[in-house]
Ligand binder design. Structure first.
Ligand code: ACO
Length: 368
């Protein structure tokens, strides 16, 4: 039985490990309906936004009422200026100790990003990240860092910087679809982290950098690279049943399946899967993914029937980003690029409450 804490006539759960089922914020930004398998952003289903709006358009939608309208109507231009400002962080990234991952380099770049360019911090940080991401990936791979192109959109310029050539319209559309799909998602672990930091009165950059740390773990944003490792390890779909049975018998989790909130299918998985149609033929994994997914779902239903384990966003993230020619080590940093827009919105929303987030722990002394 859940212990309760009585406050003002209400009974609140006193101890919930992992804060499962606890509401710690009210938000106008997004709603995650775990039973229905629905995600709503600013009152609109994700299916109406991802695949229909660019990264810049979706950011403007999410930020309505939080970032001044005068900036929202000029977002493509301001994001392009932010990419230019981000070039000033490259020297710090290049002089970092050897061996840092692209994720760590991007975080370092964010630390060094000048924020005194007279624009809104949320706009400058979110607009700079596609460039910091591309620069970090170049430095991690020992390549030269190129300059941004202010005439291109964030997604187009980012793919150009990654590959050294102007990307096809299909790849730009897929990258936009991905960034928009992951823009915001309720009070997930990294967003909660950003809000906790913001609630102390700390600054926007510190909140986003804290969220970076939470996103990195494999139970949150670190799963899509391992999804591709899994597809590689399975090889041909005829091996899938044997391989999965071995993993589950060994007590390992299948990456790209299961979710804390969704008990139905993660709607973002389908939004991303739909974006694969124009990319057919670009990646071997596209051919295999649906068969492997079906076999994994059947095995998980036998393994934990009561848990209703379903495909999560990371499964098709891996397949889509692979088809867009993005290396698997870059999947988590790219997740951070999109999610930063959501983190910034939550920081602004949390600040407006003026409330410090401060739960309690229960002291359980152990005999020496
Ligand atoms: N494969 C096999 N078993 C699983 C899986 C999985 N993918 N997910 C959960 N389970 C099992 C657990 O082993 C656990 O079993 P137990 O009770 O015998 O220990 C049970 O289901 C419940 O698992 P919890 O971790 O308590 O459930 P929670 O809701 O906290 O887990 C999580 C959510 C962490 C995402 C989990 O499903 C998981 O580890 N998935 C694989 C990693 C992954 O895909 N992460 C990306 C998530 S999406 C995102 O954050 C963007």
């Amino acid at each position: 039985m859940t212990e309760v804490f009585k406050s003002g006539g209400n009974e609140l759960p006193l101890y919930a490990p992992g804060l499962e089922g606890i509401i710690a914020a009210e938000t106008v930004l997004s709603d995650v309906d775990g039973e229905g398998g629905r995600l709503t952003l600013r009152g609109r289903p994700i299916e109406e936004i991802a695949g229909h709006m660019t990264f810049e358009e979706a950011a403007a939608l999410l930020w309505q009422g939080f970032v001044p309208d005068e900036y929202l109507i000029r977002l493509p231009e301001l994001f392009s200026q932010a990419r230019q400002a981000a070039t000033q962080a490259v020297a710090t990234m290049q002089s970092s100790p050897a061996g840092l991952s692209a994720y760590e380099l991007m975080r370092l770049g964010l630390e060094a990003l000048p924020l005194d360019c007279g624009c809104d911090e949320a706009v400058t940080i979110s607009g700079a990240l596609p460039y910091l991401f591309a620069a970090a990936s170049a430095i991690a791979a020992g390549r030269q860092v190129s300059a941004p192109d202010p005439t291109l959109s964030s997604a187009e310029d980012m793919l150009r910087l990654l590959t050294g050539k102007i990307p096809s319209a299909d790849k730009v559309a897929a990258a936009d679809r991905y960034l928009v799909t992951i823009l915001d998602h309720g009070l997930n672990a990294s967003t909660f982290t950003a809000r906790v930091i913001a609630s102390t009165g700390s600054d926007m950059r510190s909140s986003v950098i804290g969220a970076f740390g939470a996103l990195k773990g494999p139970l949150h944003g670190g799963a899509p690279g391992p999804v591709l490792d899994m597809l590689d390890a399975i090889g041909e779909p005829e091996n899938v049943d044997r391989w999965i049975a071995g993993e589950l018998a060994a007590g390992r989790r299948l990456m790209g399946f299961g979710h804390r909130i969704y008990r139905a299918r993660d709607p973002r998985a389908d939004v991303l899967r739909e974006g694969l149609a124009p990319l057919r033929g670009t990646s071997e994994n596209l051919r295999k993914a649906e068969k492997i997914e079906a076999a994994a779902l059947a095995a998980l239903a036998r393994h934990r029937p009561e848990r209703k384990l379903q495909t999560n966003v990371e499964f098709y993230t891996a397949v889509l980003l692979d088809a867009v020619s993005i290396d698997r080590e870059l999947f988590t940093p790219l997740f951070a690029v999109g999610r930063t827009v959501g983190w910034c919105a939550h920081v602004l929303e949390q600040r407006a409450t003026g409330k410090l987030i401060r739960p309690m722990s229960r002291y359980v002394p152990k005999a020496a």
